[in-house]
Design a protein. Structure first.
Length: 116
């Protein structure tokens, strides 16, 4: 069974940066995709970004140009570099992993708060 553990959340001022990490333990295939989602207070969970097994990346429009998703396959870890953070980025961020367009594995979430 694959387990995902996020780290790196915290409190940051508007315009600041954070880097989230998600380490996958257990056996993952060579076609394992990974993604970040988030849930803001009172809102539905939304897609943020993903990185496919072949390196292709996708972002939701609101984070394009500010967030960068990357992965280190040797460490089975995915990262989310978040720059120019805004108060509306405040949310619990979840790491997800799976294959063929579905995400079967989820982390416990890490809180990101953007506030002055």
């Amino acid at each position: 069974q694959v387990q995902l553990v996020e780290s790196g959340g915290g409190l940051v001022q508007p315009g600041g940066s954070l880097r989230l990490s998600c380490a996958a333990s257990g056996r993952t295939s060579s076609t394992y995709n990974m993604a970040w989602f988030r849930r803001a207070p009172g809102k539905e969970r939304e897609f943020v970004a993903d990185i496919r097994w072949n390196g292709y990346t996708y972002y939701t429009n609101s984070v394009k140009g500010r967030f960068t998703i990357s992965r280190d396959n040797a460490k089975n870890t995915v990262y989310l570099q978040m720059n120019d953070l805004k108060p509306e980025d405040t949310a619990v961020y979840y790491c997800a992993g799976g294959e063929a367009g579905t995400y079967d594995h989820w982390g416990q979430g890490t809180q990101v708060t953007v506030s002055s």
